[in-house]
Design a protein around this ligand. Structure first.
Ligand SMILES: Nc1ncnc2c1ncn2[C@@H]1O[C@H](COP(=O)(O)OP(=O)(O)OP(=O)(O)O)[C@@H](O)[C@H]1O
Length: 456
């Protein structure tokens, strides 16, 4: 397509000149007029195709997403006996995709008819251009031999000029495809750019990336052993504006583990999202003063996350390579942490640390095992601060006790969201969220209540 577009202006200019030379002004003017009409008709036929193509791409994405959703949730859907309803819903998406594809084909049909008609009439036009001067007597004084030589020369030039235009018109179908895809990609880019521009001014993060030796300058007023500093933070749900926390001031420092409690929907996970910089606070400032990563801050989300790959890759995630050095020492550490997490048998099930398994980790692990594996990862990465969002909800109190004990033994300061009172003993502070912006901060051992305005 690009080569045709680049070469076309030169061939058009050359054959326009040749055509003018052979047939006078009548030839080029009628051919150019024909091209203008063809372009207008094509434009009218192309416009609805672009928007249909964008719609088709969106529906195709929705259908693939639904397909993936069923694959991932096949077991829960089977427990609900939801085969029929899921089949109906998936079918509905497929039908709407097929309907759009049919409409697209219908519109493309008219475009193809337009293109072919233009090609067909173009070849007739070339003979009309040649015939007019002959029948109007311009070449009346030529002998039949001279006339046939002239006709053959003129025919070549005008046919070639029309064919140059036809090639441009033939590009219409390719142009509509490119325009549709470009439009869709443009929409994605605009969304990403607007997200990038909406810089979170209330949030600052210590050196991005996995900085293992991060430290702060001496002049820094905040002690080096502080992970988060929140000043009068107000937090609302972005989509609905529902107020969750109002004017929260909090400092989370080394050794001062905090447990966040509260009813369902009061904003516990949302507060962690704000700490992690995923959500913006409505007001106030949040500083993450310790870098993210091993020896820094690590988040354990409510839903465990596993990647594809070997058991080792699950444990060291999100490190790409084995840190600090590959080899038996690292293998021993991983095995020891798997044992501490209560997953000694997993090594045999996976066929070793580096066996490339062909299963989906979500399918072969129970919810409790997933949480245990997440803890094995935490033990391996050994952050200074671990932010745990209901990370032991599928485990018994005894197992929970053991895992938390190991975390503290490894020197981690914890920020946990949890519901069980048995967790309190691992924390120095309890932040209780009451909803609608209200909260209270309590010292854990003595449960000394502090007024909302004071920080930790
Ligand atoms: N991605 C989201 N988009 C819009 N609203 C959300 C989103 N996630 C949570 N919410 C809403 O924000 C409010 C707080 O949710 P959050 O997950 O923080 O509650 P929680 O206290 O952690 O609850 P739970 O104890 O059930 O985990 C809820 O009303 C919830 O519906």
């Amino acid at each position: 397509m690009a080569s045709k577009l680049v070469i076309s202006p030169f061939t058009l200019a050359y054959y326009t000149y040749q055509c003018f030379h052979s047939t006078g002004w009548l030839g080029p003017v009628s051919i150019f007029g024909y091209f203008v009409i063809g372009t207008i008709v094509n434009k009218v036929l192309m416009s609805p195709i672009v928007s249909k193509l964008v719609q088709q791409e969106k529906l195709e994405g929705d259908f693939r997403f639904k397909h993936m959703q069923i694959r991932v949730n096949a077991e829960p859907a089977a427990f609900y006996r939801a085969g029929r309803v899921e089949h109906m819903r998936t079918n509905r998406r497929l039908q709407s995709l097929l309907q759009t594809q049919r409409e697209l084909i219908g519109k493309e049909l008219w475009l193809y008819i337009g293109i072919n008609t233009f090609d067909y009439l173009g070849s007739i036009l070339s003979y009309v251009v040649i015939a007019i001067p002959i029948f109007s007597g311009v070449y009346g004084d030529l002998s039949p031999t001279e006339l046939s030589a002239l006709v053959s020369k003129n025919a070549f030039v005008s046919i070639y000029l029309i064919s140059c235009f036809s090639q441009l018109i033939d590009l219409s179908s390719t142009v509509t495809d490119v325009a549709g895809y470009t439009h869709r990609i443009g929409e994605l880019q605009e969304t990403l750019l607007s997200l990038g521009r909406r810089k979170n001014e209330n949030y600052s993060e210590a050196k991005a990336g996995w900085d293992l030796d991060s430290s702060f300058s001496e002049e820094d007023a905040v002690p080096k052993d502080t992970a988060f500093l929140l000043e009068r933070v107000t937090l609302s749900v972005p989509s609905s504006g529902k107020l969750l926390i109002k004017d929260l001031s909090l400092r989370i420092s080394q050794g001062d583990s905090v447990m966040i409690v509260g009813n369902t929907g009061t904003g516990k996970t949302s507060l962690l999202r704000v700490l992690g910089g995923l959500w913006e606070s409505t007001r106030g400032s949040i500083q993450m003063l310790t870098c993210f990563g091993p020896h820094g801050v690590l988040f354990l989300p409510q839903r465990p996350f596993f990647t594809d790959g070997s058991l080792r890759e699950q444990v060291i995630y999100p490190l790409k390579e084995i840190y600090p050095v590959s080899g038996p020492a690292d293998d021993e550490r991983i095995v020891r942490f798997l044992e501490l997490a209560g997953l000694a048998d997993l090594l045999a099930r996976a066929g070793g640390l580096d066996e490339q398994v062909d299963w989906n980790w979500y399918d072969i692990l129970s919810p409790g095992e997933m949480q245990r594996l997440s803890f094995a990862r935490l033990f391996y990465l050994q952050p200074r601060y671990a932010v745990l969002d209901e990370a032991t909800s599928a485990l018994t109190e005894e197992v929970e006790h053991e895992l938390y004990r190991v975390c503290l033994q490894l020197g981690m300061t914890l920020v946990s969201v949890g519901h069980r009172p048995s967790l309190e003993k691992f924390h120095s502070w309890i932040l209780k969220l009451h909803g609608e912006g209200r909260w209270e901060l309590m010292r854990c051992e003595r449960m000394k209540r502090l007024p909302s305005e004071e920080g930790c």
